[in-house]
Design a protein around this ligand. Structure first.
Ligand SMILES: [Fe+2]
Length: 316
């Protein structure tokens, strides 16, 4: 990708309903994000309709980007100040840094949001519609992003500093509960389960409800890189640790409500409250609209981000 193509980068409103001002940010700044951007376009030229591509193929195509994210120097990217280990969020096992949540402009006291744990900051870096979007989510201590999805998308996340608890779910494929039935002549246990639900619970569930499988709640920490796919891990929620966190996300392709790639928030509806959790536990996810107590407010950090700060409306 040439520098010129970055200059042509136009951040347009997407399904997050963020209207970015069309002005140049410091994408040409000789720091890691420009190098990261260069690797994205060749990897993405064939990316459309990701749900039809196997996870293995997606993983293979995304691996160069994941490798680039692993090499990313978070301290250089964010000009992070070193502090004694344990006195700030971790960059890795042997280094800590000063958190930047309060340095994002304008600061949160310019907003009416009182509880910072319900407010995540977003620093936009770059977007090319239908190809990719890069941005950094900055969490206050115990900051939370509620359960949401990424339809027909892959997302690569690099924890720049700090740690987070992640709850994620796989989406059931449409044919997941009938394939084995047609092959074997009998319904497997999951088919039986969902078949029973189809006749009872699902009929009472709101429009937009989807079948899903819970993954074990896990813990992410810097400098970890993680990926989600159109089905595997496609829904997730995060709660930052006691020192907050910053996560660089690469969305492939970006949210776009004109392409049926809206961001929807969900709550989990248990299918069988008496069932013992065992990983891959089936459930339903029910759309909720954006939780009223959640705010994601875009801002500027140094030469990154936008002057156009606003509460980003994720809801559809
Ligand atoms: Fe997400």
């Amino acid at each position: 990708m040439s520098e010129t193509s970055f200059e042509n980068d136009r951040r347009q409103s997407n399904s997050m309903n963020v209207e970015y001002h069309q002005h140049h940010t410091a994408i040409e700044h000789p720091r890691d994000h420009s190098n990261l951007g260069r690797i994205l376009q060749p990897a993405l030229e064939s990316f459309s309709g990701l749900s039809t591509i196997s996870r293995d193929t997606l993983q293979k195509n995304l691996q160069p980007i994941m490798n680039a994210l692993e090499r990313l120097d978070a301290q250089l990217l964010l000009d992070l100040k070193s502090v004694k280990v344990g006195e700030g969020p971790r960059l890795n096992d042997s280094q800590s840094c000063a958190a930047i949540y309060d340095d994002i402009q304008p600061p949160m006291n310019h907003h009416s949001v009182v509880n910072t744990s319900s407010c995540v900051r977003y620093v936009h870096i770059s977007e090319i519609p239908d190809q990719y979007s890069i941005g950094i989510f900055v969490f206050a201590p115990y900051g939370r992003i509620p359960l949401h999805d990424h339809p027909d998308m892959c997302v690569l996340s690099r924890v720049l500093y700090g740690d987070l608890e992640r709850r994620s779910l796989d989406l059931a494929r449409l044919d997941e509960d009938v394939m084995d039935h047609s092959k074997s002549g009998r319904r497997n246990w999951m088919s039986n389960f969902f078949g029973r639900e189809n006749n009872t619970t699902q009929q009472a569930l709101p429009k937009g409800t989807k079948r899903a499988f819970k993954n074990h709640v896990d813990h992410l920490k810097a400098p970890q890189v993680t990926a989600l796919f159109p089905y595997e891990g496609n829904l997730h929620e995060f709660v930052a640790g006691p020192n907050g966190a910053a996560v660089l996300d690469v969305l492939l392709p970006p949210y776009d409500n004109t392409q049926n790639r809206d961001c929807t928030f969900y709550e989990i509806r248990e299918t069988d409250p008496g069932r013992k959790p065992s990983g891959k536990e089936p459930c339903y996810v029910v759309p909720t609209g954006q939780p009223e107590d959640f705010h994601c407010i875009s801002g500027r950090y140094g030469d990154l981000g936008e002057d156009d700060h606003q509460d980003m409306d994720f809801s559809v």
